[in-house]
Write a new protein. Structure first.
Length: 238
């Protein structure tokens, strides 16, 4: 029942939890009234052994780049290949992301990588393209290791691009074409914003491209009245 969910207590943090992870969970999220220009965003992407984390697919790599408002910070990056713990990627997926079995065998475990990633993202706002996919994989590992999901607010460049376009189209057009989601694939948005995309399916490369897309979208926010974190989060409902 809804009231059981509302009053359910969050389980206590394990006593032996890594101090970095403990510090992550104890952070305060940014105030929703904070102007977008004053926020740090972390744009991230993952590569995985497959598409279904609920069926046992695992993370292979995580890439992330920081943004301050509309500015991408190339000095603020994170990248790690992850050992998927005997969950080898099928040959057809290796052809996509080029992460070979020999590379993952030599890579650190998710138990080693995740605290470093959490230390990088802190309590800042996460951004991804088709965010629920990447959030799902990282959240699955978080729950397995720590019993809790990510705490961060997050947004999705697919939804943000659609929201900006929606504000510029007639209601009749949107009624006939409510999503036009094929126009918001990463490659299509790169074409639209004239962004080079030469490192496709590399977690850090895709994160950097997504950050550039996010920066272009953020610059259009003023004309549709999006000024604060709260305004930004409301766009996820569009």
């Amino acid at each position: 029942m809804w009231f059981e969910t509302l009053f359910r207590k969050t389980p206590a943090l394990p006593a032996d939890l890594d101090e970095t992870v403990k510090a992550y969970f104890l952070q305060q999220l940014p105030n929703k009234k904070t102007p977008i220009c004053d926020l740090r965003f972390v744009v991230f992407d993952t590569e995985t052994t497959g598409l279904e984390e609920k069926k046992g697919d695992r993370l292979l790599s995580i890439g992330a780049v920081g943004m301050k408002g509309c500015r991408v910070d190339l000095n603020d990056t994170f990248y790690a290949v992850v050992n998927p713990d005997n969950h080898c990627a099928p040959a057809e997926t290796v052809k996509v992301h080029f992460i070979t079995p020999s590379e993952t065998v030599a890579a650190p475990s998710i138990e080693e990588v995740l605290p470093k990633f959490l230390d990088f993202i802190k309590a800042d706002v996460l951004v991804a393209h088709h965010a629920l996919f990447d959030i799902g994989f990282i959240g699955s590992e978080m729950k397995r290791l720590y019993g809790r999901p990510l705490i961060n607010y997050f947004t999705d460049t697919v939804e943000l691009a659609h929201a900006v376009d929606s504000a510029e189209q007639s209601s009749q057009y949107l009624l006939l074409n409510p999503h036009r989601m094929e126009e918001y694939e990463l490659d299509k948005l790169c074409e639209k914003f004239h962004i080079p995309n030469e490192t496709r399916h590399h977690a850090l490369g895709d994160a950097f491209v997504t950050a550039q897309i996010a920066a272009r979208i953020f610059k259009q926010f003023e004309k549709i009245g999006v000024k604060t974190l709260q305004d930004l989060l409301l766009l996820r409902r569009v």
